[in-house]
Write a protein that binds this ligand. Sequence first.
Ligand code: SAM
Ligand code: SF4
Length: 327
Amino acid sequence: MTQLVDQFGRKIKYLRLSVTDRCDFRCIYCMDETMRFLPRQQLLTVEEIVRLARIFIELGVEKIRLTGGEPLVRRGIQEIVSGIGALPGLKDFAMTTNGSGLLAHAVVLKERGLRRLNISLDSLQADRFASITRTGKLDTVLAGIRAARDAGFENIKLNTEVMNGRNTDEIVSLVDFARTEGIDISFIEEMPMGELTSHGRDKTFYSSSKVRSIISDQYSLIPTTETTLGPSHYFRMADSTTRVGFISPFSPGFCTACNRVRLTADGRLLLCLGNEDSLDLRSLLRANPDNPDRIRAAITQAVGRKPERHHFDGGVQVLRFMNMTGG
Ligand code: SAM
Ligand code: SF4
């Protein structure tokens, strides 16, 4: 039973755990071309990550998603996956990845207890993929997606960041690709996380309702209440097992149902994607190596003050980039 309830009665059951802020890509909506990353000694160790995961599960967290930065570039990622995968009480264990390391890692991740994967894919055109990710290669990611499919994960979902004028003409092709591969796909609205020098977010923002209308011209989307405990709002299609989801932080109700908190790679517990308030769990953990009760109490108290909602729509710009937040 969850013991993490915020001041608005929302039960926190989902932890997004960032294992690194580093990445082998430099996606234009996520970070600038030149980024400074955290010194390695500031990161939580593998052992600290697993200890904190255990404490969150004891507090009623049912789902953990490893993210980053790119989780597959983190040294010790396989040990993190086996450590968390073996914890009793966890109902769902997932990872969000850019897919570049899946050809090498997919089978081992599955063997060590990871159940579900979200793989980011914003374009099926090699040159466009390269320009959006700045350093990524489409072929490598497609090979990674197929390796993941062959490894037999419970579920694989593509995540597509929709950007006005960059990839809106590929919305239906991406749905078709997901249908052919027999996997799900979610379309994400861009959030103003970190100030970019490459483009103004107001120029690239493209709403989920517009994406939905483009897909509906081709396929009838059947509303469903199915959930994976995450922020995606899903639709089914009559002639395919593929579900189409929308992650719409600018739609009403997005925050009302929030059941999530985030742990950054340096151990800050972020209570909301769009607010800066955090708890320094790394310091607490290091100061109280034999006192999990102290950590549990601090987490419970921090969750109590989780803000009601993000304020992106009020023009508030969060300075943290998404790779530092744990997207
Ligand atoms: N590197 C992994 C990946 O790309 O899947 C995991 C981390 S990435 C930060 C997680 C997700 O955040 C990706 O699906 C990415 O598209 C999304 N993302 C990054 N920056 C974003 C932004 N400013 N607004 C909305 N989504 C963003
Ligand atoms: Fe890296 Fe993921 Fe950010 Fe792209 S979205 S730069 S893959 S962390």
